[in-house]
Design a protein around this ligand. Sequence first.
Ligand code: BG6
Length: 508
Amino acid sequence: MNAHLEPTVMVIFGAAGDLTWRKLVPALYDLYLDRRLPERFAIVGVARREIDDAGFRQKLKEGVDLFSRRGRTDEATWNEFASRLSYFAGDFTAAETGSLLGRRLEEFDHQWNSRAARVFYLAIPPGLVEAAARHLESLGICRDCTRDRVVVEKPFGRDLASARELNGLLTSLFAETQIYRIDHYLGKETVQNILAFRFANSLFEPIWNRRYIDHVQLTVAETVGVEERGGYYDQAGALRDMVQNHLLQILCLVAMEPPVSFAADEVRNKKVDVLRAIRPIRPEEVHRVAVRGQYGGGVVAGKGVPAYREERNMPPESATETFAALKLYIDNWRWQGVPFYIRTGKRLRAKVSEVTILFRPAPHQLFPLAAVESWQPNRLVLRIQPEEGIVTRIQAKQPGTRLLLRPVDMRFSYHEAFRVSPPEAYETLLLDVIRGDATLFMRADQVESAWSVISPVLDTWEAAPPADFPDYAAGSWGPETADLLIAQEGHSWIQPDIRPEEGEGKVP
Ligand code: BG6
């Protein structure tokens, strides 16, 4: 275990829910296996469900067996880990649960002979965050600004006004440095690697601008539908669920200026600069720069799947978008005039997230026409998932007596280079919370700026429900209107290279 970390208690509200079972505890267990957790560490679950410590541990063990990247638990290690897990059944906002929890926390301090750091993880539905935060503050158990932290999951508000309100409330109760707004994409190894790639290599930065880059594409495609989360998703849609947070955060990392250091606020300042520089979308131009779609039935990875409107408990007339694409411009010195196309959707052809940087053509074409028939400008693909890596497409002479140029790929695979499986996003982020490092978390102004970017689109879409839903087949790359969006500037989507198990075969 890590003897340098302060004793810590992590209190999870909503501990009987899916997030705790699927993500949080498997991640904590993997950190435990890697001996990254503090020596004195405990997890206290709080939820309404009536189970005892043993039942709680058993349920979590099943989750770890299913979802840990290390596979099934071994009995002895699990038992050691499980001895640090305990459970409180009760409504957290009830006075009695609060005072019992307060006493439990004091017992840890007493037992460890030191005031432990406290992490309060709100793994609860967004509608309960306000009450939980108020109650937490009133109990006085989260008042040490340097040691106590509150972790808030997305969705952070449902529009700019509600996000502001929530930020206002949280910052009135806690110091900003105590609030960790989580976006799990920022914990993904390859998302962090965008920073390493850009700022630890001197090769790319000189060409990372409008002089050399023609446009940028960002695709976050999923094969899954709404799964068990229909109730939430139908109220959210792709723009709120994915674009406001994950896609805009990735865009920030691709487009930001170099920070002075890796200190949390240095990095976050540069990211928020990007969001502020995104050209505001005027309501009258929404139809030209934003596209929405909803999946109909189709075939994904060889299996027939139902239309969105036929998913369980879904309103048959639902107007919620399951696909969104935007064309954005960043009005600053570096990116003036360079389109950034971003798209995301459910039930697409493959699960893949990648950023493609398309460079301008070589300024002078000196080869004979016959030699450059299959010529393509350079491109660089930052593959975030699955198969994390970087692919650079260059032109090469095809071997032979004739002069013929062909595009070829130089491939770098994280897996081949490092031969280890990267930590799950939640491992990185939970450890950062325990260490008190907020670099990979969103600050209040970032969240609000991201809502400002998409607000005009949200408002316009809400005011005019779509007439043509469903407009893409499950298993396709989305609606045709997304192709038209990008074709306005003579561009076309670069469809990801997919392995057969990721989708339905290799796409040219
Ligand atoms: C979540 C969204 O934030 O991210 C989900 O709410 C989505 O709808 C998920 O499926 C995708 O995450 P990942 O890590 O599987 O790409």
